[in-house]
Design a protein around this ligand. Structure first.
Ligand code: MN
Length: 215
């Protein structure tokens, strides 16, 4: 099996003016494509790994032979993280809906508090990386990862993410990551995030012990 770019469920210009058409096109067709190509190249000659889902490879990096482990972490992570990220973007995003809305209020008191904490994680991620809302032992948690590292590798379940690599905002926002983050909130797909949340809570029992994870 060769890994491929997933189909986007939005048009490149759907997120204008918050995320511009050119950034979407370059980000998807150049950056994401490069992760897919390098992932396929790294897996050449490793027939046993080719049919394993990327999420499963990332969950257990230690099982990957050392000579390609970093390549899989970086390019498999790049492929998975971007595939996950695209689904969380939508034209005319709105405020949180459904169960995730309640869960955010329970954990962070208000949506504004949550927004502030998540924004802070995105702003303070030094260099390239991602901000995340994850489920960790049955609890919502905000975290950041460097480079293309994925929370799956730490046994956490991603619910929401924001790409803060410069390539995700530099064409329109130049150095101004803060403005990019502020505008990104307007194109967040909370219906999809709510689905991610409902899927994630199914995998934790009352004691917060994770069962078999499947994303
Ligand atoms: Mn990116």
């Amino acid at each position: 099996m060769k890994h491929e770019l997933p189909k986007l469920n939005i048009e490149y210009d759907d997120l204008e003016p918050y995320i511009d058409k050119e950034t979407m096109e370059v980000h998807y067709t150049k950056h994401h494509q490069a992760y897919v190509d390098k992932l396929n190249a790294a897996l050449e000659g490793h027939e046993d790994l080719k049919n394993i889902k990327i999420s499963d490879l990332l969950r257990d990096l230690n099982k990957i032979p050392e000579d390609i482990r970093n390549a899989i972490k970086n390019n498999g992570g790049g492929h998975w993280n971007h595939s996950f990220f695209w689904l969380l973007l939508k034209k005319n995003g709105a405020d949180p809906v459904g169960e995730i809305s309640e869960a955010i209020k329970n954990k962070f008191r208000t949506f504004d508090n949550f927004k502030e904490e998540f924004t802070n994680a995105a702003l303070t991620r030094f260099g390239s990386g991602w901000a995340w809302l994850v489920m960790n032992n049955g609890e919502l948690e905000i975290m950041g990862t460097a480079n293309q590292d994925c929370p799956l590798s730490e046994g956490k379940i991603p619910i929401l993410t924001l790409d803060v690599w410069e390539h995700s905002y530099y064409i329109k926002y130049l150095w101004n990551r803060a403005e990019y983050i502020k505008n990104w909130w307007k194109v967040v797909n909370w219906e999809k995030i709510n689905e991610n949340y409902k899927k994630a809570i199914k995998y934790f029992d009352k004691e917060g012990i994770s069962k078999k994870l499947r994303i």
